[in-house]
Structure formats: structure tokens, C-alpha cells
Design a protein around this ligand. Structure first.
Ligand SMILES: C[S@@+](CC[C@H](N)C(=O)[O-])C[C@H]1O[C@@H](n2cnc3c(N)ncnc32)[C@H](O)[C@@H]1O
Length: 304
């Protein structure tokens, strides 16, 4: 995979400065004890996220490699795919994450099949017709130039190849308000004084993709997350952009936004798991009828 830089996007804010900030954020981002996430606790992960994750693994295995992973982070998915016997190339913006992922592959004895490289997916060229499957897990909502990337992904897939995406597609204003209020009021892992200091982040939490893109064009950084400027830059349009280029074979949503509040509560771990299990029992039948929505989507798309 070659890096073919082109001119910055010509926006009001300096692209290079923003993308360097994004890379620094992800390079440093490890487990934050003040902000526990569903994926930090195996029991919560199992309840909220494991089924779609396993479905993605199954679908990739069914197609076979070689696989390209976009935004491969610390290498969890690529190594899980490698352990299934698939040949995987993972690309991530952060050289620190690429180093951690490569170490993980080495530790798991997977280095012959699973390799990682650093690159900016907004810009880098992808080799033509080189992959049977392209996977992206929680990564596309960070991509500013998603249309251009999806065009290159299409070109990188063999005919009948699959794009498998599991991504955060955001929440409505009411859900965000309820979650922000619950997190502010209830005792959580973060002390109240620290939560108060985070009030400046509310603008970024409530900004839609359209508002974030407009802010970028105006050169106004206020609507952007200060450490991860491209957080949520493509979340609401991911499915539409995929559907414009690929045939959608399967799609479903999962994990309501407010599930993300549960890990943060200052409660014993078993209580959190109990709350999530009860919530899921209530939510699943409602979700099947389309009465509740998930904040995440799984999409399998076919290159015609
Ligand atoms: C939410 S993390 C997900 C990581 C991993 N896929 C996972 O599920 O654990 C988003 C990842 O996308 C990467 N990323 C963000 N912008 C990127 C870009 N322009 N090019 C390549 N990777 C990018 C970040 O470095 C980070 O590792």
C-alpha cells in the first residue's frame, strides 16, 4: 500500500495540524480509568457488542483473504482474523498504534500473516484488485474524505469482494441530552469536578456531521473534539456513502447510545452487567420492531 500525498483539502483549518492532533490522540489513547467504555469490560462487551463483532469475523472468514483492515488500531480485529487463518494488512494513522498492533501479532505468532502499516486513509493510494475483503471496525466515522476512500476501497477489492463495516453512526439529540444529563448527575468513575471541567466538550458532543464539516470550512474549531478533531466527522453519512458505490447485502443496527453510560457508573462490575442484561432484554424486542435505534451499524456491501 503506497502513500501518495496530495494537497491538503483547502479548508479553513490546517489539515496537517488537525490530522497530527488526531494521530497523537490515538497514539496515546489507552484505557482511561475516568472514562470506562463497553469494550474495556469483557462482560459488558459480550452483552453489547460481541454478537456483531463475531458476525463480522464469520462473514470475513466465509469470504477468505487477503483482507485489508482500515483503521486497525491496536490490532485486535486483524489478529482475530489472522487467528482464523486469514492474511491481513491493517492500516492506521498512528505509528504508535501500528507498533502496538505489530507487537500483538508477533506475540500471537501471527506475524507471517498479519502485518500493519501507518498511513492516512484520507489520502493514501490502495493497490488495485488486491483484496477479497475490506473490513472497518469503528473507524470510518473518523474519515474526512470518506467518498474518496470508498472509491479507492472499491478499486482495491476484487469483483464480488466484500466491504464489512461495523461503525458508530451516532445518536439523536434527545438520546445525547439524556446520556449527558445521566452522566453529569449520576456518580460515575469521573469525579464531579472533572466532569464540570469537560463542559467545553458539549458542543462537540451535540454537533452533527454537517455542523462539524461546516465548522471545518469556516475554520471554527469549537464544534470539533479538541483532542480528536475528526471524531464523528462522517458518522451519519457512512451507510449512504457505502450504498452509493456498493450493493448492500446485509445491514442491521445495534447497541443503543445510552448503553455507553453503563460502564461509567460507579457500581460493582456485576451490577453493571446486570443492568445491561436487563436493558437488552427490554430493548431487543423493541429494536426488532424498529421502535428503538442502535448507535452502531453493521453493513456487508458487495463490489459488483
Ligand atoms: C475508534 S478507533 C478504532 C480502532 C480499531 N479499529 C478498534 O475497533 O479497536 C479509530 C481508529 O482509526 C484510526 N484513524 C483515524 N483517522 C485515520 C486516518 N485518517 N487514517 C487511518 N487511520 C485513522 C485511529 O488512529 C484509530 O486507531
Amino acid at each position: 500500500v503506497n502513500d501518495a500525498p496530495r494537497d491538503p483539502a483547502g479548508r479553513g483549518l490546517d489539515y496537517r495540524e488537525l490530522i497530527e492532533r488526531e494521530a497523537r490522540h490515538w497514539g496515546a489513547a489507552q484505557h482511561d480509568p475516568g472514562n470506562p467504555q463497553l469494550w474495556d469490560d469483557p462482560r459488558l462487551f459480550e452483552l453489547a457488542l460481541a454478537r456483531p463483532y463475531r458476525h463480522l469475523l464469520d462473514r470475513a472468514r466465509a469470504r477468505g483473504g487477503p483482507v485489508l483492515e482500515l483503521g486497525s488500531g491496536d490490532g485486535d480485529l486483524a489478529c482475530d482474523l489472522g487467528a482464523l487463518g486469514l492474511e491481513v494488512t491493517g492500516i492506521d494513522l498512528s505509528p504508535e498504534r501500528v507498533a502496538r498492533a505489530s507487537e500483538r501479532a508477533r506475540a500471537g505468532g501471527l506475524e507471517a500473516r498479519v502485518r500493519f502499516e501507518a498511513g492516512d486513509l484520507n489520502r493514501m493510494a490502495l493497490p488495485p484488485a488486491a483484496f477479497s475483503v475490506v473490513v472497518a471496525h469503528d473507524a470510518l466515522h473518523h474519515i474526512l474524505e470518506l467518498d474518496a476512500l470508498l472509491d479507492r476501497v472499491r478499486g482495491a477489492l476484487v469483483p464480488d469482494g466484500r466491504l464489512l463495516v461495523s461503525d458508530f453512526v451516532g445518536a439523536g439529540v434527545v438520546e445525547k441530552l439524556a446520556c449527558a444529563a445521566a452522566t453529569a448527575v449520576l456518580p460515575t468513575a469521573r469525579p464531579y469536578t472533572a466532569k464540570w471541567r469537560l463542559r467545553g466538550r458539549l458542543a462537540a458532543l451535540f454537533a452533527t456531521e454537517r455542523a462539524k464539516r461546516a465548522a471545518l470550512d469556516r475554520g471554527d474549531a469549537g464544534a470539533l473534539h479538541d483532542e480528536s478533531p475528526f471524531e464523528g466527522i462522517s458518522q451519519e453519512s457512512i451507510e449512504r456513502r457505502i450504498a452509493a458505490r456498493f450493493e448492500i447485502v446485509e445491514r442491521f443496527t445495534f447497541c443503543p447510545f445510552w448503553y455507553n453510560v453503563v460502564p461509567k457508573l460507579r457500581l460493582p462490575r456485576s451490577w453493571k452487567a446486570g443492568i445491561l442484561a436487563a436493558a437488552r432484554r427490554v430493548d431487543e424486542p423493541l429494536h426488532r420492531r424498529g421502535w428503538t435505534r442502535g448507535a452502531y451499524v453493521f453493513v456487508e456491501a458487495r463490489r459488483g
